[in-house]
Design a binder for this molecule. Structure first.
Ligand SMILES: *[C@@H]1O[C@H](CO)[C@@H](O)[C@H](O)[C@H]1NC(C)=O
Length: 808
């Protein structure tokens, strides 16, 4: 009966992926709706529009979050509950307050987590140092992530918001993790002992066990044997800081236990057939610790069935045991079926220390390391890299060849800046002779310039350059973030005017280039190209900070802005500076920078990308829902929905303007849905007609630009307000036509001249049919000739959220 298992050693210790909190970080479906409303419940709700089902991270249905009816202070008994339908391994949770397009004020500064595997027994989560209270949100919009150490294995999770005084709190949440493939519900084992090593104690108890203890046996819970943390060679050292020596191991002394073996019983959700049990054990024999010498296992195929006989007996060979390093031991279980498994591990020395146990109930060991297959993968990778390099070289050579053939070197950004600082030279003098003298004179009008400089000509986004602190996940808060921006083509001055050193202090999050899988080209512009790419396994990139609303097995869509490989040094510096500034912008209505590839050429900026496309496309395929009811089969949009989207754009712009950040290209084509302001429009072929080409190179969105931008190249928050007015006009026209579609580009520029001359001959965009007069007045105020008289984004935002809604 005694089988001799092959002692399997691995160069690197491998755990099943679902047991590694670094791997198991998939959004489980609050945000994307995979968890149905019926599985989200709560102790109470303030109103129908703040029911539990509205407690989904990054969504804004109802009144924007779950809010309990009762006070959470001092009773702390209100909770939001998520039923995951089966056991999951949870590596982190995310929380957010109630933003509701700027109306919300409520968030929870801290909370408690309780969880249950069976829906009856509830356990309060504690961190490794025994702390139950988790710090939560500081504002209504930022997502705060909490890494769960130890991780939770549960089907039900409850969030209990906390407050230190009477106040209302609201919550939106997400859970991150993966299915608990083990299906293990509970293990029972003798409690661990304390070892005295030259006087100092080593606590070998089960540090994270969440069950009960009675007469020296722990039962009814899971603990560190299944927490995904492997102990090191020296059991007195720990992976975590500030915990006691021996933390990573559960260990028993033969003498203290008073018997020759340690009995551990495992209870599973369902009957399964077991191929392998892998036990990670310490072997520091110099201190009396050795791998067990023999294991006897009994199998119970069902709760009410008898133990199947005879027991399986496995001996662990004693050779190779001189090596004092910790190791996983693989024990073949022969595919026997069981719901309860009881194993006796025989002492080989005075102590036995185990840090982790895993079961493989599929076909054999998924971790089997076959050297030949490894080599094949390696060769495959190398060939791939070589092919990629060859392609890149070919592309570079091809570009240079064409440049020679065509004889026109590309415009360097230095030249570009010269052109753009006097746009009137290019735009007007060459094209409309009648205004040339006028435009030349513009530069001699100090009054005018000063007036429009009221908010600073090329404003320094100084607030952005302050080093931001750590976010509450403890990771550097620059690790992820946004993208917006002026485009390089004409945003260059704003970025170069910033202090060169201030922005350089924090490194940008670098993404490995090979993880980006090309999908399609979104377009190209002066700076280079924008590609739509996929990241196949975003969870495997340590540099990518969560949360991503990505389900297991689904790739993450990203937009990758690639700088031309032949870009000048200045253009490169600007690109890097842009990335640094953008990486500090964090707002729910602004697209985030996920990372950059700057360790090699070409430089890339990687931002999130919304599958649902941009606002222009979305609206142009819709008709306005009027009172006569739905028409034909065309999808509709309602006036309140338009205003709600406009107020989200205003909210994002309010954030940018509070940092003195000038966008320079606000338009519906640059807003993604759900509303996030981005800047890809510039580079998309689809919208080429929205931009005016100067000398065939630089492109400007003249139909969205304030007159002073067209004539003097001054981009300010006030000119962003102008562009917002045009954007609002587009939305109320349901993007059926381009602004000033009856005017040619030259006539649009002439119109800017009329604004400047102020003889009452300038034309305005006309009021869209559905647009109430009050809202049209707001648009007109955005197009005020005097920058100072244009409204602020704060004003626009409150107008849209308060007044405009009731105007229909
Ligand atoms: C394990 O031992 C440490 C150190 O004495 C103690 O603080 C901790 O509460 C114990 N944990 C359990 C689960 O018994």
């Amino acid at each position: 009966q005694v089988q001799i298992p092959k002692l399997t050693r691995y160069k690197s210790v491998v755990l099943p992926l679902y047991r590694q909190s670094s791997q198991c970080r998939y959004a489980l479906g609050m945000e994307d709706g995979t968890i149905p409303d019926s599985d989200i419940t709560a102790s109470s709700a303030w109103s129908d529009s703040t029911e539990a089902k509205h407690g989904r991270l990054s969504t804004g249905e109802g009144d924007g979050a779950w809010c309990p009816a009762g006070a959470v202070f001092p009773s702390a008994s209100e909770y939001l509950q998520v039923d995951l339908r089966s056991l999951h391994f949870l590596a982190l949770v995310g929380t957010q307050g109630r933003h509701a397009d700027g109306h919300g004020r409520e968030f929870a500064r801290s909370y408690r987590l309780r969880y249950s595997r069976d829906g009856r027994t509830w356990i309060t989560w504690k961190d490794r140092w025994g702390q139950e209270v988790v710090s939560g949100n500081e504002n209504t919009y930022d997502v705060v992530l909490k890494d769960l150490g130890p991780p939770i294995v549960a089907r039900y999770v409850r969030f209990y918001p906390l407050a230190d005084r009477v106040m209302s709190v609201c919550l939106r949440v997400e859970l991150y993790g993966c299915l608990w493939n083990d299906g293990l519900l509970v293990y029972t084992a003798p409690v661990g002992h304390v070892m005295h090593l030259s006087g100092s104690p080593v606590y070998l108890n089960d540090s994270t066990y969440d069950g009960s203890v009675e007469s020296g046996v722990q039962f009814g819970g899971l603990g560190q044997l299944f927490d995904g943390v492997l102990g090191g060679n020296d059991f007195t050292e720990t992976k975590e800081l500030r915990v006691w020596p021996g933390y990573d191991y559960l260990g028993w002394s033969r003498e203290a236990l008073g018997q020759g073996s340690v009995d551990i019983e495992f209870h599973f959700e369902k009957t399964r057939s077991f191929h392998t049990m892998q036990v990670h054990s310490n072997n520091r024999h110099t201190q009396g610790v050795r791998v067990f010498s023999k294991v006897d296992c009994q199998f119970k195929p069902g709760l009410l069935l008898p133990w199947s006989s005879p027991p399986l007996s496995l001996a662990v060979p004693l050779e190779d045991l001189k090596d004092p390093s910790s190791r996983p031991i693989s024990l073949p279980l022969g595919g026997r079926p069981a719901q309860i498994l009881r194993c006796q591990f025989a002492f080989a020395d005075r102590w036995m220390l185990i840090s982790e146990i895993s079961f493989y109930s599929g076909a054999g060991l998924p971790v089997a390391k076959d050297d030949s297959s490894n080599t094949a993968i390696l060769i495959g990778c190398l060939v791939g890299i070589i092919l990629l390099l060859l392609t890149v070289i070919a592309v570079i050579l091809w570009r240079q060849y064409w440049k020679k053939i065509l004889g026109k070197g590309s415009l360097s950004s230095d030249e570009l800046r010269v052109h753009l600082s006097v746009p009137s030279d290019n735009v007007v003098i060459n094209n409309t002779h009648s205004y040339s003298s006028r435009y030349q004179r513009i530069h001699t009008f100090p009054d005018d310039r000063e007036r429009c400089d009221g908010e600073g000509e090329y404003q320094e986004p100084s607030a952005l350059l302050r080093p931001l602190g750590q976010d509450s996940t403890g990771r550097d808060s620059t690790a992820v973030i946004c993208l917006v921006s002026g485009n390089n083509t004409y945003a260059v001055p704003a970025l170069t005017s910033t202090s060169p050193t201030a922005a350089d202090c924090t490194p940008l999050p670098e993404l490995p280039r090979h993880c980006l899988v090309f999908k399609e080209k979104l377009g190209e512009g002066q700076f280079g190209e924008v590609h739509l790419c996929e990241i196949e396994s975003p969870q495997e990139l340590p540099n990518l900070e969560f949360p991503f609303n990505v389900r297991k097995g689904r790739p993450l869509l990203v937009a990758v802005k690639i700088l031309r490989p032949d870009a000048s040094k200045n253009a490169r510096n600007d690109f890097l500076k842009e990335g640094k500034i953008l990486s500090r912008l964090k707002d729910p209505n602004i697209i985030r920078l996920l990372g950059v590839c700057v360790s090699s050429d070409p430089l890339c900026m990687v931002t999130e990308y919304m599958e649902s496309g941009d606002l222009n496309q979305y609206l142009s395929h819709r008709v306005l829902l009027d009172k006569t009811g739905p028409t034909h089969n065309t999808p509709t949009i309602s006036y309140p929905a338009l205003i709600a989207m406009a107020s989200q754009i205003a909210s994002g712009m309010k954030f940018l303007s509070s940092l003195n950040f000038v966008h320079r290209d606000l338009a519906t084509r640059n807003c993604l849905r759900p509303i996030k302001i981005a800047d890809f429009g510039m580079s998309r072929n689809l919208y080429a007609g929205d931009y005016y080409r100067i000398q065939g190179r630089a492109v400007l969105p003249i139909r969205w630009m304030a007159w002073e931008c067209i004539l003097m190249g001054k981009f300010t928050t006030a000119s962003d307000v102008w562009a917002f007015g045009v954007t609002l006009w587009e939305m109320l026209s349901v993007c059926q036509e381009q602004p000033y579609s009856n005017l040619t580009d030259e006539q649009v520029i002439d119109n800017a001249g009329e604004f400047f001359r102020d003889h009452g001959r300038q034309v305005y965009l006309s009021r869209p049919d559905v647009c109430p007069q009050g809202l049209y007045d707001l648009m007109l105020s955005c197009w005020n000739r005097d920058c100072k008289l244009r409204p602020s984004f704060a004003h626009i935002h409150s107008f849209l959220t308060e007044d405009a809604m009731n105007m229909v």
